[in-house]
Design a protein around this ligand. Structure first.
Ligand SMILES: Cc1cc2nc3c(=O)[nH]c(=O)nc-3n(C[C@H](O)[C@H](O)[C@H](O)COP(=O)(O)O)c2cc1C
Length: 210
């Protein structure tokens, strides 16, 4: 029998009036635009006491270039603080660093596999490991298709360890008119999990059959 999933925490942690720290990892899966948009929205919440701490993987820097008109520099400027991918001595590599939640968006299958198997040889995977062991909320946004059994098993392992798996899967019930609508829907779902008020997508109100 599979082990009982440990709790993916839903608590919101703001330490004694200090800013609410949210870690954002961007890895080299397709869909880096989701991470960029999340940072744009969270930047507007800085006045409400939200800080973003960003790590971009080298593969993500490639996908930013390949998939968007943005530079990595632009993306970094959206964050409150930026850390080098290889800086395994950064504060957030330690369980003593106080933060609320971590989102890895998108999560490549490489990073998913590293998290699921505990191979924390870069700051994104290490911070995710810290989030799991310290019972902070960890949201993974995997992007790959089709999925191998290994990918699926890695998602199960991460979920059993407490991660929330939020796949980059567009919904069509709100009839998206543009890619921006699709991106905002997913970012809105992330914000919902973070308990951050947002109107990025239209909520389902049922069908009217009049
Ligand atoms: C344009 C582009 C798109 C990619 N899309 C995906 C993807 O959707 N999912 C995935 O798991 N890997 C994808 N990859 C491969 C990853 O970038 C690669 O496995 C890399 O080693 C991930 O490293 P990271 O997890 O440290 O970012 C893509 C690579 C490129 C260049």
């Amino acid at each position: 029998m599979s082990p009982k999933p440990s709790r993916g925490t839903t608590r919101t942690t703001q330490y004694q009036g200090n800013p609410r720290r949210i870690l954002v990892g961007i890895t080299g899966g397709s869909g880096v635009i989701y991470g960029v948009r999340l940072l744009e929205v969270l930047q507007q919440k800085e006045k409400d006491g939200i800080e973003t701490h960003l790590i971009i993987s080298p593969a993500a820097a490639i996908t930013i270039k390949a998939e968007t008109d943005y530079s990595s520099r632009y993306v970094e400027k959206l964050a409150t603080k930026v850390y080098r991918f290889g800086n395994i001595a950064a504060p957030l590599a330690s369980g003593s660093f106080r933060f609320d939640s971590m989102i890895i968006v998108p999560t490549s299958m490489h990073t998913l596999g590293a998290i699921a198997s505990g191979v924390s040889d870069n700051l994104i995977v290490r911070a995710a490991e810290v989030a799991l062991k310290e019972k902070h909320r960890l949201i993974l946004v995997p992007r790959e298709t089709p999925l191998t059994l290994i990918h699926l098993q890695n998602m199960v392992r991460a979920a059993e360890a407490g991660a929330i798996i939020l796949p980059a899967m567009p919904a069509f019930y709100e009839k998206p008119k543009s890619i921006d609508d699709i991106v905002d829907h997913l970012v809105g779902k992330i914000l919902d999990l973070l308990e951050i008020e947002n109107a990025l997508f239209k909520r389902w109100e049922g069908l009217s059959y009049s």
